[in-house]
Design a protein around this ligand. Structure first.
Ligand code: NIG
Ligand code: FE
Length: 415
């Protein structure tokens, strides 16, 4: 048997082994740890996991052997909700935010998402590419090996396509694998403020079919929120998207409890994201319909809002994933380790629950559970070596980057 690479001397190998469905309840607290382990890799995939020196039975002089120096190894982290490609930044709104002007009010004054829409329209594809590449480099440094990337800063066909094309090119060029989401329903452009229907028709009749035809997005997402898209509008857009073959995501119950959680359950969305204001009824429906709750605690932190009720979600049997929501407004940070630390410090999740939420459950949130999210035979050799003695340490020692090395499909990409 040919073996390209063996990573030996892994102090603790956290496999996050799957169960054939997202982890819920007590399962979220189980990570499966193998001590003094090795991983054997061929063609970028994991072909064997064992202990001590047993790898010597399968290697020959061509096999590269790397030493994990007794450190902690986890699956590559997955950032399952980002607004990766956009123009400009919004530090000009920072003092308004600090003085307490609400996020939605800044948007209604023509700032917020709409200001990034203008910067994204003005930016060339090259500018967007360079800026997003810098963000991907940062994510990789923090241990992220796969991410989702949304459009939604065009709000008209050409700019939405420009964003999605940039993300496609980055997927090819950069070690991080990207999953693409069309978010034309991210805000109402000012000229349609009094006529939502006209903009929604453009999304459904022009943008969604074109994006589908060009193969630029696998998921469709809607920002359902008071003053943005209503539940009825969201349902209409997402139902049409489903008919066209998109998988579904939704920004649900972030600020006001509108019933986004219920809608995500009704439409069987792959994930329902934010959920700070989700009702118990909505969460129960999500649990029943296997919708992953994708929680974004760095957004709560940055907007100075309450955290989602993760403990209740876990008690109700909802599968949780955690992600950054990286965007220039509500979360200008690519640091998924900080998100993990907030998972413990803000959401009161256990370190084990957090690790599952950024690996195996995050893989379910982007429908990649068969390829990534756990260290198992047949999966991609996407691995993070952390300079940490155990999982708890990653969350306890906060605000720093614990990465020692990152492997993407068996290739050393951060050292
Ligand atoms: O997920 N909530 C809506 N969209 C983003 C924010 C985008 C922005 O402010 O530019 C979010 O938080
Ligand atoms: Fe978002």
């Amino acid at each position: 048997m040919r073996v390209d690479l063996v990573i030996k001397n892994i102090g603790k190998l956290v496999t996050c082994k799957g169960l054939g469905r997202p982890k819920v309840g007590q399962e979220m607290n189980e990570v499966d740890i193998i001590e003094d382990a090795y991983i054997a890799i061929r063609d970028g995939k994991i072909i064997e996991i064992g202990i001590k020196n047993d790898y010597k039975k399968i290697t020959n002089s061509y096999t590269k052997i790397e030493d994990a120096k007794g450190l902690l190894v986890t699956p590559g982290l997955i950032d399952s909700h980002t607004h990766l490609v956009h123009g400009g930044s919004r530090e000009n709104e920072f003092s308004k935010k600090l003085s307490g002007v609400p996020y939605i009010e800044i948007l209604n004054q023509g700032g917020g998402i709409l200001s990034t829409v203008n910067s994204t329209k003005e930016a060339s594809s090259e500018d967007l590419y360079d800026k997003a590449k810098k963000s991907l480099d940062r994510m990789l440094e923090f241990g992220v090996t796969s991410a989702e990337a949304k459009s939604g800063y065009g709000l008209e066909l050409d700019t939405e396509i420009k964003q999605l094309n940039v993300a496609k090119k980055l997927d090819k060029d950069h070690p991080i694998d990207l999953v693409h989401t069309f978010l034309g329903a991210h805000a109402i452009p000012i000229k349609y403020k009094e006529n939502h229907k006209e903009y929604i028709d453009i999304i459904v009749e022009q943008m969604m079919p074109k994006v589908k035809e060009l193969g630029l997005a696998e998921f469709c997402d809607v920002f359902c929120e008071e003053g943005v898209f209503s539940i009825e509008e969201g349902e209409y857009i997402l139902s049409k998207a489903k008919e066209m073959g998109y998988k579904l995501k939704i920004h649900a119950d972030e600020i006001v409890s509108l019933g986004g959680a219920q809608l995500s359950a009704k439409l069987k969305c792959t994930s329902s994201d934010h959920l700070m204001a989700a009702s118990e009824e909505g969460l129960k429906m999500m649990a029943k319909n296997n919708v992953v709750a994708n929680i974004l605690p760095a957004t709560s932190f940055n907007l100075n809002k309450s955290y989602a009720n993760a403990r209740k979600m876990i008690d109700l049997g909802v599968a949780l994933s955690l992600s950054s929501d990286y965007n220039p407004g509500s979360c200008p940070s690519e640091n998924l380790q900080f998100v993990m630390q907030l998972g413990c410090l803000g959401l009161k999740m256990t370190p084990n629950e957090v690790i599952n939420a950024v690996t195996i459950n995050a893989a379910y949130a982007i429908d990649r559970q068969n390829e990534i999210g756990s260290i198992e035979i047949g999966k991609k050799a996407d691995l993070v070596v952390f300079d940490a003695p155990n999982v708890e340490y990653l969350m306890y020692h906060f605000g720093v980057n614990h990465v020692d090395k990152v492997y993407k499909e068996g290739v050393l990409v951060v050292e």
